[in-house]
Design a protein around this ligand. Structure first.
Ligand SMILES: [Zn+2]
Length: 153
């Protein structure tokens, strides 16, 4: 039986299909994926709620990389990365839109570079970071286990 979370995730991973879309449709899909409160973020926040981990702040721009989730006092942050946007080494991350491919490749490689720099700045300032990739959120139990091992130590 599919859980609600995995159904949400299925929808989320199907939404930004970049092929077979008009430019306007594609830029709409991209905006949705790039924005705050995306489906992957909501999945992680629901898991945190179920595990009883609250008290975090969202999208704090004063922390390097403006992490999606941050516990300020504990210096813990979670990044929830879209595979396309952040160049994940997975089939979904490897997909490049057919139109303006050079533009996307350049843009994504700059994002990857910026992500690396932000991780270094965070760790230099004593923060611990967990990166969750969109494609890794399908299995609720795996997600819970990763969240627990990051937060309950
Ligand atoms: Zn991925």
């Amino acid at each position: 039986m599919k859980s609600l979370l995995s159904m949400k995730l299925t929808q989320a991973s199907e939404s930004p299909s970049t092929d077979n879309l008009s430019p306007a449709q594609r830029s709409h899909a991209m905006r949705q994926v790039k924005g705050k409160n995306t489906k992957p973020e909501l999945i992680v926040r629901a898991a945190l709620r179920n595990l009883g981990h609250t008290g975090y702040r969202l999208h704090r721009s004063d922390i390097p990389g403006a992490p999606d989730i941050a516990w300020i006092g504990r210096k813990l942050v979670i990044f929830i990365n879209g595979c396309f946007w952040h160049g994940h080494n997975c089939p979904r991350g490897a997909r490049v839109p057919k139109s303006r491919a050079d533009y996307w490749v350049g843009k994504i490689s700059r994002t990857v570079q910026r992500d690396t720099q932000n991780r270094q700045r965070l760790s230099a300032a004593g923060w611990s970071a967990l990166t969750l990739w969109e494609c890794e959120l399908r299995d609720e139990r795996v997600l819970n286990a990763r969240l627990m091992s990051f937060l309950e130590r």
